[in-house]
Design a protein around this ligand. Structure first.
Ligand code: SAM
Length: 287
């Protein structure tokens, strides 16, 4: 595994630990969501982003709300009963297993994260029933995750799995993320799904500058990562997969996260920041 490990390097490869002087992705995300599991250094990242994007919290909420809708869809319509949730984050109000098991109590969820605070909370809160498990691993080392004995023990790779990379891949800053995701996709059975949300640079005159400003703050903040990719770049993360249409009458595509099968009619325009979050659900063609 050492050779493969050296191929994919992310700043979050070495988690920050519980050092209160270093920002962690999970705690910064918690701060964006208005949670309590964060330190001053994490809140500093949030405040710095707010200086260039006053609606900064929308970045996290667009992401989290997409996760909730996507998991519901995957269980209810996709018939999925197994989840590999990469980069679970700190437990919050609606976690993947709660959403999935509300519809299908037998749905199995394996959370993977490498942040020590998430691991501590995950073991206590996420590992809450026989169908829900937490594994500590680097999600950007696909073979470490895929060959992990617990992952293999809890999930049946001969059956469809939903692989979640929700709010994670923008922390993988190198350009070979498509290859990384190919390794995951290769391991999935036909009929499996991949759900992704990702910071978006829409490339439009109106929003490109905002996306670049936010990226600049994230990358130069104590957190150190957060790439705003174009739709074409995000497309590389779903190699060979069929995109699920993101709404009624819509062509299969990557869309703004809030536009992916919203819960109801939209009565207000997207905020500037909501324009900079993209989502997609795609399926490995059934054989
Ligand atoms: N997926 C959740 C959601 O969408 O609400 C949480 C997203 S949070 C922004 C990203 C998570 O990915 C954090 O909990 C962080 O610790 C985790 N993460 C980042 N890099 C990682 C890595 N190399 N290995 C494992 N987890 C990682």
């Amino acid at each position: 595994m050492a050779t493969i490990a050296s191929k994919y390097d992310a700043p979050s490869k070495v988690p920050v630990g519980v050092d209160p002087n270093r920002a962690s992705i999970a705690r910064v995300y918690d701060a964006f969501l208005g949670g309590k599991d964060n330190y001053a250094i994490d809140r500093e990242v949030y405040h710095r982003v707010r200086e260039v994007a006053p609606e900064a919290q929308d970045l996290a909420w667009s992401n989290r709300n997409f996760l909730i809708r996507a998991v519901r869809f995957l269980v209810d319509q996709g018939g999925i009963r197994q989840f590999l949730d990469c980069g679970s984050g700190l437990p919050t109000a609606e976690n993947t297993h709660q959403i999935a098991q509300r519809i299908a109590p037998e749905a199995r969820v394996v959370y993977v994260d490498n942040d020590p605070v998430v691991i501590a909370h995950g073991n206590a809160l996420l590992d809450e029933n026989d169908y829900t498990h937490f594994v500590a691993a680097d999600i950007f080392q696909p073979q470490d995750v895929l060959q992990n004995p617990q992952v293999r023990g809890y999930l049946d790779f001969r059956e469809p799995i939903a692989l979640l990379q929700v709010g994670t891949l923008h922390h993988y800053t190198a350009d070979n993320g498509g290859e990384l995701m190919q390794e995951y996709v290769d391991a999935l059975a036909p009929g499996s799904f991949v759900a992704i949300s990702h910071f978006l640079n829409p490339g439009t005159a109106e929003h490109q500058a905002l996306a670049e400003r936010m990226e600049n703050v994230f990358i130069h903040s104590p957190m150190g990562s957060g790439r705003f990719r174009s739709k074409a770049e995000i497309m590389k993360f779903i190699p060979g997969l069929e995109i699920i249409p993101p709404g009624p009458g819509m062509a299969p595509d990557i869309v703004m996260s809030d536009m992916w099968w919203p819960d109801g009619p939209r009565l207000r325009p997207l905020s500037q920041v909501e324009e900079c979050s993209a989502a997609v659900v795609a399926r490995k063609p059934p054989s």
